[in-house]
Ligand binder design. Structure first.
Ligand code: FEO
Length: 396
């Protein structure tokens, strides 16, 4: 079923209330999601993107019901080859195999890599290329490499001033009412930030360069229509401004403590450090998470907001706990900038844990302070004094 967006543009995607994870199990979904595809019906009829393969039959059936005949589609814009947006192409093109597809050179690689050389009518476009669609309107293509794949692009519709921005500015959030002004504002911004942190932050430097480039094109954005979640029609530039802020080594007055524990010694240290921050810097927001018990995407969102983090693990088998090791690998992949870090943990025998944590945090791009808490057996007065020194250095 289609939903009107503006004039002759409609949404024809899939709202997925049942989706629980994304990118395999890498990204947790707590408020549903959507794959947004769009139909533009001017003198030419253009389909912008499709939906994920499990919904391909329903998607093609809907399109057929709306248009009567799929052959009325004059062109398909593929803004990005990832399967959540290209997953219905095979089903659709089985019926209309000659339909021209407009995409980047890298999208040719991702489409052919995933679906094989199907003989599709692939037309490569670059930034500034355009396609006349009748009634005085045209589509202008804007390459968006690494936002978040090398093949990504956005498409701008003149006249209606709509930017189909692909993954950028999206959220994993199911909004039946479609638009940002109809969405629950708390959920909208919570999910927009979580999406930015966990999907786009690794490419923040490229994003920070891209935003002024788009601005320099002098286009007016009345609507920003991403490929997931709410469409920004009320003050669409608010999300662009947020992205500019987030991509600029963002931090708030917050310190996040993330740890795992075996016999509660490292846990005690975590809470001692938190209490120390509360005492010495009452204005600082402090959040404490057990890595094994808290959603990793949510902790990363808190890390993103923080000016500093403290990470704890006991030593186990000359290493650190596997939960913390995996968490640190994810932390590194998100390429946070402009943040301090500290390491702490308990041990019984060999005690390598804190050294390993320090190395991992430095390798993840954090400015690691020299003060640590390395506690043998149970935390005692000496360890609490070390925790105080760690806090003083962290809040400096
Ligand atoms: Fe929503 Fe990168 O796919």
């Amino acid at each position: 079923m289609r939903k009107p967006v503006k004039n002759n543009v409609s949404w024809i995607g899939y709202i997925d209330w049942e989706l629980q994870t994304f990118h395999g199990d890498e990204y947790s979904i707590s408020s549903g999601s959507s794959q947004n595809a769009y139909l533009i019906e001017e003198e030419k009829i253009i389909l912008v993107d499709t939906v994920w393969a499990p919904h391909r039959c329903e998607f093609v059936r809907n399109l057929k019901a709306e248009l009567g005949d799929l052959h009325r589609i004059d062109a398909i814009v593929v803004n990005h080859g990832e399967v959540d947006h290209s997953g219905s192409l095979c089903e659709l093109l089985r019926e209309i195999p000659d339909t021209p597809i407009y995409c980047t050179a890298n999208a040719v690689k991702s489409l052919e890599g995933q679906y094989g050389k199907q003989g599709w009518n692939l037309n490569v476009v670059k930034t500034g290329d355009s396609l006349e669609i009748g009634n005085g309107k045209k589509l202008i293509f804007i390459e968006m490499p690494m936002l978040h794949w090398p093949d990504s692009m956005a498409t701008y519709l003149t006249g209606d001033n709509i930017l189909f921005s692909m993954d950028a500015f999206g959220q994993h959030y199911a909004v039946e009412e479609l638009f940002n002004d109809r969405a629950d504002q708390n959920l909208l911004w919570k999910e927009a930030l979580k999406y930015y942190v966990n999907i786009l932050n690794p490419f923040a430097v490229m994003l920070a360069r891209k935003l002024p480039e788009i601005e320099s094109m002098g286009l007016q954005f009345d609507i920003i229509a991403p490929s997931h979640g709410a469409i920004w029609r009320d003050d669409p530039m608010q999300i662009v401004k947020k992205y500019a802020e987030w991509s600029g080594a963002y931090q708030e007055d917050q310190i996040t403590i993330a740890y795992d524990t075996m016999w509660q010694g490292t846990e005690k240290l975590a809470h001692r450090i938190a209490a120390g921050i509360h005492e010495k810097s009452p204005g600082t927001v402090v959040k404490v998470f057990n890595i094994s018990k808290t959603d990793k995407n949510d902790i990363m969102t808190e890390v993103f907001k923080s000016k500093a983090i403290a990470v704890g693990s006991p030593t186990e088998c000359n290493g650190i706990l596997s939960s913390v090791e995996g968490w640190l690998a994810f932390l590194k992949s998100l390429k946070f900038r402009n943040k301090k870090a500290a390491a702490f943990g308990c041990y019984g025998w060999s005690g390598e844990g804190v050294k390993i944590l320090t190395e991992r945090l430095a390798g993840a791009g954090f400015e690691v302070i020299p003060e640590t808490v390395k506690c043998q057996w149970n935390p005692g007065e000496e360890d609490f004094m070390a925790a105080t020194r760690l806090v003083e250095s962290l809040i400096k």
